[in-house]
Design a protein around this ligand. Structure first.
Ligand code: ATP
Ligand code: BTN
Length: 264
């Protein structure tokens, strides 16, 4: 592990215990995006388990070219390189990563955590974090990027355009080393199980935390928009919507899910 001021490696190592051997954590004061940084390192042979955590991302990314807002001291932004087992079916991966993050926060006694399909961490109707998974080395490696709000920053609510929340809003301000350790511990176990069994064993736990369960929603892609009632996810992690033409399943792709507020 390399060192840089402002990041407490001994605390992280202590919290990770024996699991520390599975990760190589590199702290950077700044970078463009931890996902972009790890994609470059993956192309140069970076090992599975490499983690890049950064204080200040200049070009943090969300899905579909959207921006991810963060600020030193207010955010935990990091990415993990995972070289997956051959022929691993990736259906549901972003959901199991979200579930691992939710369970990691619950282990730190952060209450009210929900999951919004496919890649958001919610708390009480607002977004607390997001996950961006990208492939490297022709699909053999995955970069799993996670952004969590530790503390609210006044700039975010306005810029994000929608409700934003943080871990602190749940009543605790938790050190980022503790949040990172909890997420890495849970991710190690989750990725092991996912490699062997895929999404089915996680389905029930994900559905229990579904922030939109039973709610009227609209699902939109580039050209289409469909309305329905959220009925959780199936065995492959596909979203199930009860629509006027029956129950339909949707795979993540580039779809956006929103609560339906107006009637059409
Ligand atoms: P959907 O998943 O339905 O498309 P989304 O708006 O959550 O919705 P994503 O691409 O998953 O889309 O996430 C990126 C979005 O997250 C940004 O467009 C912005 O609205 C919001 N966002 C950016 N930074 C933050 C942050 N720190 N906290 C909460 N939300 C943020
Ligand atoms: C989303 O909700 O769209 C996903 C947001 C993912 C943000 C994290 S922050 C760490 C990593 N680096 C990035 O540029 N993006 C992810």
């Amino acid at each position: 592990m390399s060192s840089a001021p402002g990041f407490d490696y001994p605390a992280l190592l202590g919290l990770l215990g024996a699991t520390a051997a599975r990760f190589d954590v590199d702290h950077l004061p700044e970078c463009d995006s931890t996902n972009s940084e790890l994609l470059r390192r993956a192309a140069n042979g970076g090992p599975s388990g490499l983690v890049v955590i950064c204080d200040r991302q200049h070009a943090g990314r969300g899905r579909r070219g959207r921006h991810w807002l963060s600020a030193p001291g207010d955010s935990l932004t990091f990415s993990l390189l995972w070289r997956r087992p051959e022929r691993q079916d990736l259906s549901g991966l972003s959901l199991v990563v979200g579930l691992a993050v939710a369970q990691a926060l619950e282990a730190l006694e952060v209450t009210g955590i929900g999951l919004k399909w496919p890649n958001d961490i919610w708390r009480e109707n607002a977004k607390l974090g997001g996950i961006l998974i990208e492939t490297a080395s022709g699909g053999e490696s995955l970069v799993i990027g996670i952004g969590l709000n530790l503390r609210e920053n006044p700039g975010w609510t306005h810029d994000a355009g929608r409700a934003v929340t943080s871990i602190e809003a749940s009543g605790h301000l938790i050190a980022r080393e503790a949040v990172l350790a909890s997420v890495l511990l849970r991710l190690a176990a989750t990725l092991d199980q996912f490699s062997m069994l895929g999404f089915p064993p996680f389905r029930e736990d994900w559905n229990r935390r579904d922030a939109f369960a039973g709610k009227p929603v609209e699902l939109s892609g580039d050209r289409e928009r469909i309305e329905g009632i959220c009925r959780g996810v199936g065995d492959e992690g596909a979203l199930r919507l009860e629509t006027a033409s029956g129950l339909i399943s949707f795979n993540a792709g580039d779809l956006s899910l929103r609560i339906r507020t107006e009637t059409h």
